[in-house]
Design a protein around this ligand. Structure first.
Ligand code: NDP
Length: 324
């Protein structure tokens, strides 16, 4: 294994703004604290949240190294995780060649999975799977609806919902995206430019959807309350179109709606939960129950292009950054 250098390439921002504020810089390789590992990142996951930190929707201190997940190889260890272990993890400052990671936050990548596959499925897969299992507790036969069903989280949600026996409706902004969602398990699809509420009523015979998974936010929230079934779970988990406006809690009473605004990290905060859900997620991939679609792999130096692409709504599946 090559010696660890003193400096590395990383993507930092020193101010909020458009993709042009991303800087490809030389910064020191992080030093380790007790119970940490140094991971040489092979593949870094691009997530919509990275754009929230860049635009300032989510506050941060600058300079900020972007990134919330990666997969790679342990090259130094202050923990019981041996050097040479292939790991996937959610953490901070991952748009970099090396990241210092709390060992408790990293999981071993099974031999049957490539590092690229692990990076491509990890954060978004844990999100989709824990939201199905814990946030909405979806049961076989229930009506479910996934917004942005051809996106990173969306494409995983439709496959996983199908695998647990739910009836899956997907929405997406183009015919091509609807077709992709259909191929991946959404038995019904609706173009988001159409009257989604009316179509849902028609498809579900007036019942509405028992669980809605909404990462779009502002643009779709009101329609969600209209098309949710009595006692339905509304899982609002993102802001791709902007943050949902503050609402009067009284609006939930019309249908006894269970409204949630979950964050994946809360479901895997305890090590036993991280291991359980990571193992289940990897098993879904290795058993072929879900397919991991990679839209594109960008060199680290071109991370800004990945931001342009994910915000343009032209991508499907996962965007990755490669450190090679
Ligand atoms: P996606 O790959 O799904 O990309 C976002 C998609 O949102 C687009 O492809 C587009 O699909 C749709 N969209 C609708 N309106 C807009 C808009 N105005 N601008 C851009 N896109 C829009 O991203 P991710 O899979 O990374 O994330 C999906 C959502 O899940 C995000 O909101 C993200 O923040 C959230 N998330 C939340 C987590 C949590 O723990 N709470 C964890 C992980 C993700 P279309 O064109 O079909 O409408």
């Amino acid at each position: 294994m090559a010696p660890v250098p003193q400096t590395m390439k990383a993507i930092q921002i020193s101010q909020t703004g458009g993709p042009e504020v991303l800087q490809h810089k030389d910064i020191p390789v992080p030093t380790l604290s007790r119970n940490q590992i140094l991971v040489k990142n092979d593949f870094i996951g691009v997530n919509f949240i990275d754009t929230y930190f860049r635009t300032g929707l989510y506050p941060a201190q600058f300079p900020l190294t972007l990134g919330r997940e990666a997969a790679g190889t342990v090259v130094a260890s202050q923990s019981d995780v041996p050097v040479g272990t292939r790991v996937a993890y959610m953490g901070n400052a991952t748009y970099a060649q090396y990241s210092a990671v709390d060992a408790a936050n990293a999981v071993k990548v099974p031999e049957k999975l490539t590092t690229e596959q692990a990076a491509a499925v990890y954060l978004q897969g844990l999100t989709a799977w824990t939201f199905i299992r814990e946030a909405a507790n979806v049961q076989p036969g229930q009506w479910t609806l996934v917004h942005a069903a051809a996106g990173g989280v969306g494409l995983l949600l439709v496959q996983m919902l199908r695998s647990v026996g739910a009836k899956v409706i997907g929405t997406a902004s183009t015919q091509e995206k609807c077709e992709l969602a259909k191929k991946n398990g959404a038995e019904w699809t609706i173009n988001s430019g159409d009257d989604v509420v009316a179509k849902v009523k028609e498809i579900t015979g007036g019942h509405g959807v028992d669980a809605i998974f909404d990462g779009i936010g502002k643009a779709t929230f009101d329609a969600d309350l209209e098309m949710i079934a009595m006692k339905g779970h509304l899982v609002s988990f993102g802001n791709a179109s902007g943050a949902v406006a503050p609402l009067s809690i009284l609006r939930l009473g019309a249908k006894n709606v269970k409204l949630m605004r979950p964050v994946v990290n809360g479901y895997v905060a305890e090590r036993k939960d991280l291991e359980k859900y990571s193992n289940e997620l990897f098993e879904l991939v290795t058993s072929g129950k879900i397919n991991v679609a990679i839209h594109d792999v960008y060199p680290l130096s071109e991370a800004a292009r990945a931001h342009v692409d994910i915000e343009s709504r032209k991508t499907t599946g996962k965007l990755l950054i490669s450190c090679e």
